[in-house]
Design a protein around this ligand. Sequence first.
Ligand code: GDG
Length: 484
Amino acid sequence: MSRIVLVSNRVADLNKAGQAGGVVIAIADVLSKRRGLWLGWNGKIGEKSEEQRTKPDIVEVGGATVATLPLSSREYKDYYLGYANDVLWPVFHSRLDVAQFEAGYYQRYLEVNRRFARALHPLLKPDDTIWVHDYHMIPLGLELRKLGVENSIGFFLHIPVPPSQTFLAIPEHRELARGLAAYDLVGVQTKVDVANLIDYLQDGVLGRILQDGRIRVFDREMSIAAFPVGIDVDSFVGSRPKVLREPARSVTRLIGVDRLDYTKGLPQKFRAFGRFLEKNPDYRRKVILSQLAPPTRESVLAYVDIRHELETLSGTINGKFGELDWVPIHYIHRSTPRKMLVDVFGDSRIGVVTPLRDGMNLVAKEYVAAQDPEDPGVLMLSRFAGAAEQMKEALIVNPYDVEEMADTIKIALEMDVEERRERHRALLDGIRTHDTFAWCRSFLTSLENIRRRRPPTGEPFEAARKAREAKGLASGASRHTRLL
Ligand code: GDG
């Protein structure tokens, strides 16, 4: 079995993978079983001279190798905060209104990808399977191809693919498409994402669907498929703690757990809860909304705006409805220990997961996993979360429709135990079948099957690389136009 090589913006701490619950646990597992390598940013911001650095720091962790590089402060500003999080993140979440198309961002994004590719290249073995993650790293595959890498390279996008017209608004959309075309397999979260990406490739860069389902674009053939991300279900099965249950007995909790991000629909959620209290005075003093919203990307302006908006809204709703002994919205802008999350999920009657747009949304799955099957809570889920494609037994809502959300809170609170159990059983079955290990396995199996269908090159990898180097690297890309 070939070695797995992962590349992502950040690398996770493999010693703490068991506490991560989401994709990291499956990745740590496959890395240790296949003695893999993981390359990424170490989270440090260094001097300008770091921009020349292509020799990563390397440590061995539990059978895997972790290779990391720092970013310079310019790279952090233009590549990470700039192009990745102020252009690609908003546009891919269909928020063109907050995207900042600044000159220079794209160039630095490309340079960081090129530097990471150069750092990875000498560490590669001929039969490594390379798996690149997420929107920070779209050009990495093409940069590897330019260096002569012929290995199977797959890419997985954790965030949604926007509709074609929105994708086209990115000034560098052609370059991004060229980057995507360098991969043998592009994995996305949902069928809608597959359709959007194919639509864009056809509309935007004249892609053509082949008879076998692959798409031909920029003289290359690539596969696109949906691999919905899952969780490690057992790590969210809670112990129904006394600490939270006893004092909470007289009030019913609605729980929200979302990074404080403008895509997560938090103002709409607060407004809907306020509207529910307005329409249903009998429920006042009997319900609370606990919203845990840990900070992220605080140096990006749009995140400062959303924080202020939420502080104002929670203050307004609490001021309007609150009593000396009852505060309707508990809004906590800090990170919560994971064990506590499991407990609070298990203790909450409704999981309110209502993003305006989300690649998947693991919180929806974690909430279901943490429920007591005999007396489960109800999941209220946005139709615009990728998870809604799989979790059809949730109460599916439109997060822009405050009135509908307010009414759905009431339906969830009043749902009888039989219906709650039935919905929960179906949801739990689904998340067990499509857990994080299944996601990892199915992506890698698909990528490796593509390699098997590929005709052998006939040349040993190293010899081929040296020959190409002797001719000059520029020829690298064109030699990889037909890989399947
Ligand atoms: C991206 C895509 C896709 C949250 N607050 C705390 C905390 N969390 C944990 C949750 C969950 C994770 O963070 C968040 O995952 P999501 O899937 O909800 O969202 P993103 O961070 O936006 O992730 C998303 C995902 O990638 C995977 O492909 O589903 O669509 O946007 O696990 O529990 N964990 C702790 N304290 C907190 O306060 N310990």
